[in-house]
Design a protein around this ligand. Structure first.
Ligand SMILES: [Zn+2]
Length: 279
């Protein structure tokens, strides 16, 4: 990554992190997906905490996600997970986005809790191609009415599932260290004339496995990789699938070159006829 791009990304990331927050739905009594009032909390599996006013849209987004084999398989995996309680809810400040957090680990260092908060307008809004080459690529297809907002919402759900999968393989110590060091890193960066070669920053980056931009990119691109996996399933029989994957490829080449292999692997997975120009 060149220095100027890194500085620009660090600055925009600091802005992003200041406004980002994983909220929880408050104010209304939650009920489970089958319409029963929520009872004793489950300890493992998949818990859906959806307020009645969002129930209908939630069911549509979920049905879209489950219309693919990959969506079904991932849903099943978390529904029957032996250790993890994954909560899905709608609310938060980021109405067109989503967030994953509320991570907890057990004594053995295994992830036992995570919460996905979906925005109430998840079916609209396309995030920037810089960090979201997959979700962003859908935009022209919606304006041409080739896909609907429900597909966009389901793709965002897949992105969040990608975060949960990645965090499951991230050691708790490393995650906590990143949470602790990133604000200190950013503070020094803002006060040292944006010098990423500052020995203090170099040392911090080494300890936490990258600078804040690299950590952020790596997490987001894991989310996007899973979003791509979902879309591959969802659009494989559509005439436009290669146009869509071509658009993703161009965005990855432009903004996520260091992570290209991750996306190329997915493109190649279903055999040569579906690579759509990926090596
Ligand atoms: Zn994300």
């Amino acid at each position: 990554m060149n220095a100027r791009r890194q500085t620009r990304l660090l600055l925009s990331l600091i802005c992003l992190l200041t406004v980002a927050s994983v909220g929880t739905a408050k104010g209304e009594r939650a009920r489970s997906s089958i319409g029963e009032p929520a009872t004793a909390p489950e300890t493992t599996g998949l818990r859906e905490v959806i307020t009645p006013k969002y129930q209908r849209r939630y069911e549509e987004w979920k049905a879209e996600f489950l219309s693919t084999d990959i969506g079904k398989a991932q849903w099943e995996m978390y529904s029957h997970h032996p250790r993890l309680l994954l909560t899905i809810t709608i609310g938060g400040k980021n109405s067109e986005g989503a967030g994953t957090g509320g991570y907890k680990w057990n004594d053995k260092g295994e992830l036992v809790a995570a919460t996905i908060v979906l925005g109430e307008r998840l079916d609209s809004g396309y995030p920037s191609a810089v960090y979201y080459p997959v979700m962003n690529a859908l935009e022209p297809f919606e304006s041409k009415q080739l896909i609907g907002g429900t597909v966009l919402a389901a793709t965002k759900i897949a992105h969040e599932f990608g975060h949960v999968m990645k965090i499951s393989s991230t050691p708790e110590d490393l995650y906590n260290l990143q949470v602790k060091l990133v604000p200190s890193y950013n503070k020094i960066f803002l006060s040292n004339g944006y010098n990423v070669n500052d020995p203090r920053l170099v040392e911090m980056a080494q300890k936490m496995g990258g600078n804040p931009v690299q950590i952020w990119e790596d997490r987001e691109y894991w989310g996007e990789a899973n979003a791509m996996l979902f879309l591959k399933d969802r659009v494989e029989k559509e005439k436009f699938h290669c146009r869509l994957f071509g658009k993703i490829k161009r965005a990855v080449e432009e903004y996520a070159k260091d992570y290209e292999e991750r996306f190329a692997e997915i493109a190649k997975e279903q055999g040569a006829i579906y690579t759509c120009g990926w090596r």
